[in-house]
Design a protein around this ligand. Structure first.
Ligand SMILES: *Cc1c(COP(=O)(O)O)cnc(C)c1O
Length: 386
């Protein structure tokens, strides 16, 4: 959705700030993913619910045939409510509590991605009480770096995630001795907003080594799950609204040596939903300081925390102005100096009441909203609804 395509007259009736989701782009993105993944035998794609759990989007994603990758009991509940079959739900997380494990067991979810031996023991114990067998995959920490922001790299030995590779065999042996867990796969996830395919290649190489080692012990798992992490172009949401899924899936098809009958699972979050969402905010005041001018808007980091948390860039457009361009710092109303969306950016001349679209905000936006300063949570609307 480019600047001129936002339904600004309809927006005028809505309470700002709010999220606006372009479902046409979402559907096109989902279709592209299914097409590109479908070219390779055994590729299965899950949507990482933590990127955005808005029920309107979950329903569309479920209808497109995706599974759900969850990282909490709440996400499992949201996924079931949106109609994802339990047989397509995978559940990861370093700190699964008992009620969350029980929820997964009661619903017979597809797989628990297990991150430690103590967790495995608890899953076995809780499954025993229910006389069930939990399917588990081990999340291994491949010690592969990703060329992305330090706060969103997860596959290094220093990160809290996963089981160290050198422990792989002993963990699998330990699980084999348990009656109420069944090892069905290996799981990995190296980070987020990754645009350099060589990072995914490095992961493939590491998995190939691990599979060779397992084969020496005559072990072949049914599934390999490589997580998510494909990035989007935050600079050019109009020019590149759909990430290069072809290059992404082709990389895995070319570099990862699957064993006969193995399926390869993906858990994409950001790449699915980031570009379809914009945070729509209203200009409250233009304040001319000694050195610069501020465009003060009614959205803050409680609505979209990525700039404050990761110094993330989001393209911003004034969607109700064609005035000559001026330079602004776009800032929110929250009492913190980090409540800044962008510094020294070009915008068409801003006046009180103008609407700004903060673009590429569909992932890790609405779902990370908070009520700090007793603010209201932003609502989410789709282009189907308004
Ligand atoms: C966050 C996460 C994902 C999704 O990451 P994206 O970068 O949004 O694709 C996938 N798998 C796991 C285990 C995660 O924690």
């Amino acid at each position: 959705m480019t600047k001129g395509q936002f339904p600004t007259d309809k927006f005028q009736q809505l309470q700002t700030p709010f999220y606006y989701y372009d479902t046409e782009l979402l559907r096109k993105t989902l279709q592209t993913i299914q097409e590109e993944a479908g070219k390779h035998e055994g590729f299965v794609v899950h949507y990482a619910v933590k990127a955005n759990a808005n029920p309107l989007l979950l329903r569309i994603i479920r209808q497109a045939g995706f599974g759900a990758d969850c990282v909490s009991g709440g996400e499992i509940e949201a996924s079931l409510k949106a109609g994802f079959p339990a047989s397509k739900i995978v559940y990861a997380g370093v700190g699964k509590s008992d009620w969350e494990i029980n929820l997964g067991l009661d619903n017979d979810i597809f797989c628990f991605n297990v991150e430690s031996i103590p967790e495995l023991e608890v899953i076995n114990e809780l499954a025993t009480k229910k006389d069930k067998v939990a399917r588990v995959a081990f999340r291994l920490n491949p010690n592969v770096g990703a060329h992305t922001h330090a706060n969103i790299t997860t596959g290094l030995a220093e990160n809290k995630f996963g089981i160290a590779m050198r422990d792989m065999m002993s963990v699998i042996e330990e699980a084999t001795g348990m009656d109420h867990v069944k090892v069905v796969g290996l799981h990995f996830h190296i980070g987020s907003q990754i645009l350099d395919m060589s990072d995914f290649e490095a992961l493939c190489n590491r998995i190939n080594e691990l599979q060779n080692e397992l084969e020496r012990h005559r072990i072949i798992v049914e599934h390999i799950n490589v997580g998510g992490g494909l990035g989007v172009d935050y600079q050019h949401p109009n020019r590149i609204p759909i990430p290069d899924f072809k290059a992404y899936f082709d990389t895995y098809a070319k570099k990862l040596k699957l064993r006969p009958g193995q399926t390869l699972h993906f858990e994409l979050g950001r790449a699915v939903v980031a570009q379809c969402g914009s945070l729509i905010t209203r200009t409250l005041y233009i304040k001319k300081g000694a050195l610069k001018q501020f465009c003060i808007v009614d959205a803050g980091f409680t609505d979209l925390i990525r700039p404050a948390l990761y110094q993330a860039y989001h393209k911003i457009e004034n969607i109700t102005s064609e005035e000559p361009v001026q330079v602004y710092d776009v800032v929110g109303p929250i009492c913190e100096s980090t409540d800044v969306f962008a510094k020294q950016i070009d915008l068409n001349g801003c006046r009180r009441g103008d609407l700004l679209a903060i673009r590429s905000a569909g992932a890790y936006g609405e779902i990370m909203a908070s009520q700090y300063n007793c603010r209201r949570l932003p609502q989410g609307f789709t282009s189907d609804d308004i």
